[in-house]
Design a protein around this ligand. Structure first.
Ligand SMILES: Cc1cc2nc3c(=O)[nH]c(=O)nc-3n(C[C@H](O)[C@H](O)[C@H](O)COP(=O)(O)OP(=O)(O)OC[C@H]3O[C@@H](n4cnc5c(N)ncnc54)[C@H](O)[C@@H]3O)c2cc1C
Length: 380
């Protein structure tokens, strides 16, 4: 690894931290308790230029690198993991595949307003019988004249209902074609035959919204095919490789937020006549948290740097995602432990952080699937 953070990186960290603490923090508890997504928070991220951080300026992006993007997601995650998820889904999953595989017309029509934060993006891959095993997808798109007719249901989709533009994957060929039997489509909200199903009630990330995308004889114009017919599975897998950098960054942020809360609490909580921070048992917990967070952060920045340098980043992203997501869960758990019984109540933010952390080990490939990716790369 050969990178160091620049002044520009430190500036983006400070500006996102100010936004997270000043604009997002006041509503975090309300959004979690009442379980709602506030589109206004996304719009404000757009105004700040966060929705197009890693995209070139000719597509209305900020022209920064993926390390800057990781820092922004991390800083959102430190205060509001839901906002980190909203941004990471929009940039890594909704926008990036259009940047990487879109025609110039598609980029101008879809990517530009997405980078500006005027339109929000989503990503529809998962189905009820196709989670880790994405090849088991049954959603299909049949060619008919100058359209494809899409039928099927996608589940758990982040930003669904609010997002305006979705990258959706469906079968376009026979089973024998295996991974080449799928294609990717750009589907706009409001297309006839495209509706939203039930909203999930979740353990954490309650400031995001997730629901089904339902397609019933939904006609997608052929010009909305993303990449070539048969390239869908490749596009999905490459998109998730990059998405994992966003989840790793979100995880580092969650861990950092929980660690800071535990540190502050340990200094002020007095038991046996002195702050619990003076007890070695607590000090060592804080030291272990700091070690794990720094290791996770460096792995995340390394994966982001590799992506910016156009080096192979798939394994680095999987390693960063496993390490950072497991760190977020361990650190949030220990932060509750340091708070004692108070940590189990909603009076303190660590209770929410522990709930918010769990999803990072599950989505965009579970920890088990990351280990499949990593071991395949080792043994290849
Ligand atoms: C809040 C949330 C947001 C999401 N957002 C999106 C989104 O925006 N777009 C989208 O397309 N999807 C989204 N998902 C779906 C998510 O990516 C899947 O839930 C995830 O990939 C796991 O699939 P599954 O839930 O079907 O679990 P399964 O695949 O059924 O896995 C169940 C268990 O079996 C293990 N397992 C499965 N296969 C293997 C294997 N080969 N080796 C070892 N262990 C294995 C898994 O690790 C897991 O522990 C979201 C999910 C949630 C909960």
């Amino acid at each position: 690894m050969d990178f160091k953070l620049s002044e520009e990186h430190e500036m983006i960290r400070q500006s996102v931290r100010n936004f997270a603490e000043g604009v997002l923090a006041p509503g975090v508890v309300d959004r979690d308790e009442k379980e709602y997504f506030d589109r206004n928070t996304f719009d404000q991220m757009g105004q700040l230029g966060l929705t197009g951080i890693p995209f070139a300026e000719n597509y209305s992006g900020a022209g920064m690198d993926y390390v800057a993007y990781a820092i922004a997601v991390e800083e959102l995650g430190r205060v509001d993991p839901s906002a980190a998820d909203t941004l990471s889904t929009h940039v890594s999953l909704g926008s990036w595949p259009i940047l990487a595989y879109g025609s110039e017309e598609q980029k101008q029509k879809f990517l530009v307003p997405m980078a500006q934060g005027i339109k929000q993006g989503g990503f529809g891959l998962t189905e009820s019988n196709a989670g880790s095993d994405a090849l088991a997808m049954s959603c299909k798109a049949d060619p008919d004249g100058d359209s494809y007719v899409l039928n099927g249901t996608k589940i758990f989709i982040t930003n669904a209902g609010s997002a305006d533009i979705y990258v959706v994957f469906a079968r376009t060929g026979p089973k024998e074609l295996r991974s080449k039997a799928f294609s990717a489509f750009i589907v706009e909200k409001g297309t006839p035959g495209f509706t939203f199903g039930k909203f999930e009630k979740k353990m954490g990330l309650r400031g995001t919204q997730n629901c089904d995308l339902v397609f019933e004889d939904c006609r997608i114009p052929k010009e909305n095919l993303l990449g070539k017919e048969g390239e869908g599975f490749k596009i999905a897998m490459q998109t998730l490789d990059g998405g994992r950098i966003g989840i790793a960054a979100q995880s580092v942020g969650i861990a950092q937020g929980a660690y800071e809360a535990a540190l502050a609490y340990a200094k002020q909580r007095v038991q046996f006549g002195k702050p619990i921070a003076s007890l070695q048992a607590i000090q060592f917990k804080l030291a272990d948290m700091a070690i794990e967070i720094q290791a996770s952060r460096l792995l995340t920045y390394e994966a982001a740097w590799r992506k910016s340098q156009h080096l192979d980043y798939a394994t680095a992203a999987a390693i960063a995602k496993v390490k950072a997501s497991e760190t977020a869960n361990k650190v949030a758990n220990q932060a509750v432990q340091i708070h004692g019984g108070y940590g189990y109540t909603r009076e303190f933010p660590v209770e929410r952080m522990m709930r918010d952390a769990k999803i990072t080990e599950l989505y965009e490939g579970t920890s088990e699937i990351q280990r499949v990716v990593i071991s395949n790369s080792i043994l290849r």
